[in-house]
Design a protein. Structure first.
Length: 121
């Protein structure tokens, strides 16, 4: 039985399984996204394909920026520096921030960009 030839169907199944398991899933569904206060969450990429410019990040959050690194260092939160005083509460971003960072008493305000470390160096 061990030396038996595999059928074509079995060979296709094994090939498909290898391809499926070789794809690395995104570690975080919100990585490289913009989470607005209202509206749809959007996937984002830098305009030059390599790194975000200061102007791009300021445009995303609507003002001066503050960058908060995640606990693991895999990504950072780009927030409006004065968002607490002039922007609306962002419940989706706050939930993500609380679950991933461990900070329990820091709500996020305004549009929040979650950017992988590769685009911020």
């Amino acid at each position: 039985m061990k030396n038996q030839q595999l059928t074509k169907k079995q060979q296709r199944f094994i090939k498909a399984d290898k391809q499926r398991t070789s794809v690395k899933p995104k570690t975080d569904m919100y990585l490289d996204t913009l989470i607005p206060v209202a509206g749809e969450i959007k996937d984002i990429k830098p305009s030059n394909g390599k790194r975000y410019t200061l102007e791009e990040m300021q445009e995303m959050v609507g003002g001066y920026i503050d960058i908060i690194p995640s606990a693991t260092g895999e990504f950072s939160y780009v927030v409006n520096d004065n968002g607490r005083y002039c922007k609306e509460f962002n419940p989706t971003a706050t939930m993500h921030f609380t679950l991933r960072s461990g900070y329990r008493e820091n709500p996020l305000f305004g549009n929040i960009a979650i950017i992988s470390k590769n685009y911020l160096r």
